[in-house]
Design a protein around this ligand. Structure first.
Ligand SMILES: [Zn+2]
Length: 442
């Protein structure tokens, strides 16, 4: 199967900016990135170097900027069932966590609610250009079958055609059981082509050294990425209460500042912490769409980047960020950066949103469009009034047109969104199904 994307205004590969042109993708891989010059002389059917017997699909990208698919490195999909819930806005994080816990137990979280919430969150992401999402799943009600809960989210992502990272998280629980559940996940899904499994305790505020040790061990055995969260309000408070130290000092002592670890949030980092992080080779996930509106802290992203720390971007979940629109959060990250440390350029932030997030997942084949990358990309139409007068169309993706959505989205060489329409499910039906699930538990 060959997919040819033609007529683009600009292709940003993550490294190069090619005026005009398009892409050729074969069997889900970018085989050629073609500038306007080559196109003028060429014939697409010969550029796609397969024999004429191959299926050839064309995608019209006229008036569009083509960019790598966005990688949402940090989401909690289940929380999409609990957006704007009472007592969860403008409250300290300690109260927020308690309120969310209350909501989960009232709702009796089960596999069908997990699937319905994941479907809404993933469909929303795809319609907003997110081609890979990492679901840091933290909610495992007592008595519920962990296998069924994980598989509900995984099957939903497959049905919708999204590349998926299931971060087997925890917030308390028995370390041996959690580690065993990771083992089970790995053995059930070892050959799934669109799925990555990772491990992720919620943070030093929720779990002790035993849990971190157990998950580090299973991660090492199966070569899985490790993720956790640090330096949000409650994390700092509890680390101080319990250990008399900052969360990153505790994580360092527990062996969780290392190259295979990605840490989400990282608010209000001190110069000493930046040194620790830089020495360790960790990567970071910035989540401004969660931490800023909630008032839980600013992240000094410029200082991290200046120390060559890889920084990605995540929305975090619907309990704190009521939208899964990663590009909107990229815009926010850029807009507030000058207040946090130094101004970030639009290209720095677009890189965070693509290759930066991919690096945090240990996935060098994602987040760029050089030849050999996976064929995950978005075509953003810039021919409407919203972008008229924009001198720099790539910068304009963030500066102009808030709420921008892609015209086409391709994942693994397959068109998933065409002309703003999700092809893999009816979004209204997904919304209705989630509504029904929520009503069932009330
Ligand atoms: Zn989070």
């Amino acid at each position: 199967m060959v997919l040819v994307v033609e007529g683009a205004e600009l292709v940003w590969t993550g490294q190069q900016e090619l005026l005009g042109g398009g892409l050729v993708c074969e069997e889900g891989i970018v085989s050629q990135v073609v500038g306007a010059q080559t196109l003028a002389n060429g014939d697409w059917s010969t550029l796609a170097n397969g024999d004429s017997g191959q299926d050839l699909e064309k995608l019209d990208a006229s008036g569009c900027v083509v960019v790598p698919g966005l990688v949402n490195a940090h989401h909690h999909l289940l929380q999409s069932a609990f957006r704007t819930a009472p007592h969860t806005r403008h409250v300290p994080m300690r109260e927020w966590l308690a309120a969310m816990g209350e909501l989960y137990s009232q709702a009796q979280v089960d596999p069908s609610l997990v699937a319905a919430a994941a479907a809404v969150a993933i469909a929303e992401g795809l319609l907003c250009g997110v081609t890979t999402v990492a679901d840091h799943h933290l909610t495992w009600p007592a008595g519920a079958d962990a296998t069924e809960i994980a598989d509900a989210a995984i099957a939903t992502a497959s049905d919708l055609g999204c590349r998926f990272v299931f971060v087997r998280g925890c917030s308390g629980g028995d370390p041996d059981e959690v580690a065993q559940s990771v083992e089970d996940l790995v053995s059930r899904h070892a050959t799934h082509p669109m799925l990555q499994i990772a491990v992720g305790p919620a943070g030093v505020h929720s779990d002790g050294k035993e849990m971190f040790d157990a998950l580090a061990e299973v991660a090492a055995r199966h070569n899985l990425r490790r993720r956790t969260q640090a330096n949000e309000q409650i994390d700092v408070e509890i680390a101080q209460e319990r250990y008399g130290r900052r969360p990153l000092e505790v994580l360092e002592e527990w062996g969780w500042l290392a190259e295979d670890v990605t840490i989400a949030h990282l608010c209000e980092i001190t110069p000493d912490e930046i040194n620790r992080l830089a020495r360790s080779g960790i990567s970071a996930t910035h989540a401004p769409g969660c931490d800023l509106p909630m008032g839980w802290g600013l992240t000094e992203v410029g200082l991290l980047l200046d120390e060559d720390i890889q920084v990605g971007l995540g929305t975090s979940g619907g309990g704190s960020n009521d939208a899964g629109h990663l590009l909107a959060d990229a815009r926010l990250a850029m807009q507030v950066s000058g207040l946090a440390s130094r101004p970030l350029t639009s290209r720095e932030v677009l890189t965070m949103t693509t290759a930066g997030s991919a690096a945090g997942l240990g996935r060098s084949e994602l987040g760029h469009l050089e030849s050999g990358a996976v064929a995950d990309f978005c075509c953003y139409d810039i021919s409407d009034v919203y972008d008229a007068g924009v001198a720099d169309p790539l910068a304009g993706l963030l500066w102009a047109n808030p709420g921008r959505k892609p015209r086409h989205v391709v994942v693994n060489g397959k068109v998933v969104v065409r002309d703003y329409e999700l092809l893999t499910a009816d979004p209204y039906r997904l919304a209705q199904e989630l509504k029904t699930e929520i009503q069932k538990s009330n």
